[in-house]
Design a protein around this ligand. Structure first.
Ligand SMILES: Nc1ncnc2c1ncn2[C@@H]1O[C@H](COP(=O)(O)OP(=O)(O)OP(=O)(O)O)[C@@H](O)[C@H]1O
Ligand SMILES: [Mg+2]
Ligand SMILES: [Zn+2]
Length: 421
C-alpha cells in the first residue's frame, strides 16, 4: 500500500498533470483565458494623409491614417506594409520633423497633417542599451533619488559621503577594479570575451565603506538586488517622502508584468519582449504632454499569448493618453483589438501594394476583399458571443481541483480595458 502511494507521488504522469494546471499556454489553448474583443471602437476626427505612395510595390496609393486611435496595418507577407509604414510614413515624418534618417524616405507625392503629431517614435524589440551600465531603476530616472536617500543616512553623513558615492557609473564610491560593473572582462584571443565576477567587490559594485551604509538594513547593493515588486514595498515602508515617490514611480513596471526584474539588472540582458515593454513604460511615464505617433512592425513576434494581452493593454493606455498608434500586425488577437484597420494587398509583390479595405474590425469583417477573410475574421470577432474552443477542456472532478478551477477561471483583468473612451 505504502509503495503504491509513493509511486503515485513521483509518477511522471502525475507530474505532468500538476504542471499543466499552472500552464498559461494550456489556459489559452482551452480558451479558459482569451483576449476579449473591445466593446467599442474609438472614433477619430483627424488624420495624417499619405498621397501618391509609390515606393517598391505600392501602386501610387493614397492612405489616410487616423490620429488618436490604435490603427493596424494588415495584409499578407510582401503586400507592402513595411514599405508603406517604415519607408514612406516614418522616414518622411522624420524628415518633416527635421530629424535625420540614415536612409532616403520612400517615394510619395506628399504627406499632410504632420503638424498634428508631436514626435514620431519607432518602437522595436532591440536592446535598450549595449553596455551593462544602465538598469531598470536608472532607465526610469529614479536612481538619483535612491542615492540621495542613502546619502541622508547617519552612517553616510558620518563618513562625509554624498549622493555621488552611491553611483556605480561614476565617482569614487564604486569598486575601482571593475569600475562599478561588478565583473571583469577577460579577452579571449580566438573566442568571444568572457565575463567573470570581480574578485575585489565580489560583484557588489561598490567599495566596502559605501556598502557599510544601510537604508533600513539594506546596503546599496542589496537594494539593487531587489526585484521591482520587492522594492515597491521596501521604499514605501521607509516612511520618507522620497521613498514614497520611488515606490510610486516603480509601480508602472509592476503593472505591465515586469515586477520580477531586479533594480540592478543590466538592460543589455533583457529579452526582446521585455525591452519593448520597458520602452513603452518609458513613454507612458513621460509627462511632457506631447501627442506622439508610435510605430510598431510586428511587435508580437516571439511573444506568448499572455504577453500579447499585456502589450495590448499598454497600447490602449498609450492611446488613452492621446497618442496615436500605427501597428503592422498579422496576429488576429491584435487586429481584432484595433480601432481602425488599413488592409493592404490583395496579394504579395506586384500583385499587392494597394489598399484593399479600411474600416473598423467589424466593417472589415464584412468587406468582400479583406486578405484575412479566409482565416475567418468573423469567427475571431464573434467569439465574445460564442467561445470557439480550440481544444476541449477535460472533464473536471469535484473536490481537490475545485479550488484551482476557481483561480483559473478568474477574469483576465489586464487583457483589455473595455471602458468607453
Ligand atoms: N529594397 C527593396 N527593393 C526592391 N523591392 C523591395 C525592397 N524591399 C521590399 N521590396 C518588395 O516590396 C514588396 C513589399 O515588401 P514589404 O517589406 O513592404 O512587405 P510586408 O507587407 O511588410 O511583408 P512582411 O509581412 O513579410 O513583412 C515585396 O514584394 C518586397 O519584395
Ligand atoms: Mg514587413
Ligand atoms: Zn568590483
Amino acid at each position: 500500500m505504502r509503495r503504491r502511494s509513493v509511486a503515485r507521488k513521483f509518477s511522471p504522469r502525475w507530474a505532468t498533470a500538476r504542471a499543466a494546471l499552472q500552464s498559461l499556454t494550456r489556459d489559452y489553448l482551452t480558451r479558459r483565458k482569451s483576449i476579449p474583443v473591445p466593446k467599442s471602437r474609438r472614433k477619430w476626427t483627424s488624420s495624417v494623409k499619405i498621397l501618391g505612395a509609390r515606393q517598391h510595390n505600392l501602386k501610387n496609393i493614397d492612405v489616410e491614417l487616423p490620429l488618436g486611435v490604435f490603427t493596424c496595418v494588415t495584409g499578407v507577407s510582401g503586400s507592402g506594409k513595411s514599405t508603406l509604414v517604415h519607408d514612406v510614413l516614418y522616414r518622411n515624418l522624420l524628415r518633416a520633423k527635421g530629424q535625420s534618417s540614415d536612409q532616403e524616405p520612400g517615394a510619395c507625392k506628399s504627406i499632410t497633417g504632420t503638424h498634428r503629431i508631436g514626435d514620431v517614435v519607432m518602437v522595436d524589440q532591440s536592446p535598450l542599451a549595449r553596455t551593462p551600465r544602465s538598469t531598470p531603476i536608472l532607465y526610469l530616472g529614479l536612481f538619483d533619488q535612491v542615492r540621495e536617500l542613502f546619502a541622508a543616512q547617519p552612517e553616510a553623513m558620518a563618513q562625509g559621503l554624498t549622493a555621488g558615492a552611491f553611483s556605480f557609473n561614476a565617482g569614487n564610491g564604486r569598486c575601482e577594479r571593475c569600475s562599478g560593473t561588478g565583473y571583469e572582462k577577460i579577452e579571449m584571443q580566438f573566442l568571444s570575451d568572457l565575463y567573470v565576477r570581480c574578485a575585489e567587490c565580489e560583484g557588489k559594485r561598490f567599495q566596502p565603506h559605501v556598502l557599510k551604509v544601510r537604508l533600513h538594513e539594506k546596503s546599496i547593493h542589496d537594494v539593487l538586488e531587489l526585484t521591482i515588486s520587492e522594492a515597491i514595498h521596501f521604499f514605501a515602508q521607509t516612511g520618507e517622502d522620497c521613498g514614497a515617490r520611488i515606490s510610486d514611480g516603480l509601480k508602472v513596471l509592476d503593472e505591465v508584468g515586469l515586477g520580477y526584474l531586479r533594480l540592478g539588472q543590466p538592460l543589455n540582458t533583457l529579452s526582446g519582449g521585455e525591452s519593448q515593454r520597458l520602452k513603452l513604460v518609458g513613454h507612458l511615464s513621460d509627462a511632457s504632454g506631447t501627442r506622439n505617433l508610435f510605430i510598431f512592425d510586428e511587435p508580437t513576434t516571439g511573444l506568448h499569448f499572455d504577453d500579447v494581452a499585456m502589450l495590448l493593454q499598454l497600447f490602449q493606455r498609450l492611446v488613452d493618453r492621446g497618442h496615436s498608434l500605427v501597428v503592422i500586425e498579422h496576429n488576429l488577437e491584435v487586429i481584432k483589438c484595433a480601432d481602425w484597420i488599413v488592409d493592404l494587398g490583395p496579394e504579395a509583390g506586384d500583385a499587392g501594394g494597394e489598399v484593399v479595405a479600411t474600416g473598423t474590425p467589424e466593417q472589415i469583417a464584412q468587406a468582400e476583399k479583406f486578405a484575412y477573410r479566409k482565416i475567418s475574421s468573423r469567427h475571431v470577432l464573434s467569439e465574445v458571443r460564442e467561445p470557439l474552443h480550440v481544444i476541449r477542456e477535460p472533464r473536471r472532478r469535484r473536490g481537490s481541483h475545485a479550488q484551482i478551477d476557481a483561480r483559473d477561471c478568474e477574469v483576465l483583468a489586464y487583457a483589455q480595458d473595455d471602458s468607453e473612451s
